[in-house]
Design a protein. Structure first.
Length: 157
């Protein structure tokens, strides 16, 4: 979700681990581990929306891996949990509230993706932004974290 963010000076290169995650998703159907839905716990996914709407940027940031990337339309990627938390703080301070759907939640083993529509409402409750997102989640040591979160402003599906 962009929320009219000012350009950032964060490097725009994509880390190799993110590319590997995307490649892994493309290969899910060829894995010996079955593809399942939901791929990761839906209540964990929903906690992003709940935490954001109550103003808890620490809880939102805790959902991301240490080297995660948050990629929003027309903005440089935000890399790392600390930078992501600062961006979430900025969004929360705007007074916005979010609604996040999950049209797809698919995974295999320790890798999953969640895709769906999102909308952002301003302080007056009117929708000021809508679009779609995809998150790549990875389970490490039994804990699911977001490695890549990509949002695209536009009409949701």
């Amino acid at each position: 979700m962009k929320l009219s963010s000012a350009p950032r000076s964060t490097p725009s290169s994509t880390p190799r681990s993110t590319l590997c995650s995307l490649l892994g998703l493309a290969l899910l159907s060829g894995c010996s581990t079955p593809v399942v839905s939901p791929g990761m716990p839906p209540e964990l996914k929903h906690s992003w929306e709940v935490s954001f709407n109550r103003g808890d940027s620490a809880a939102v940031a805790a959902l991301y891996s240490d080297n995660a990337e948050l990629v929003m339309s027309n903005a440089a990627p935000v890399t790392g949990k600390t930078a992501i938390r600062a961006e979430i703080d900025r969004m929360i301070q705007s007074g916005a509230k979010v609604r996040i759907g999950a049209a797809q939640n698919v995974g295999s083993g320790d890798l999953a993706y969640v895709y769906g529509p999102y909308s952002v409402a301003g302080q007056n409750g009117q929708v000021i932004e809508a679009g779609t997102y995809v998150e790549v989640w990875r389970r490490r040591g039994g804990v699911w974290r977001i490695d890549l979160d990509v949002n695209s402003v536009g009409a949701p599906p």
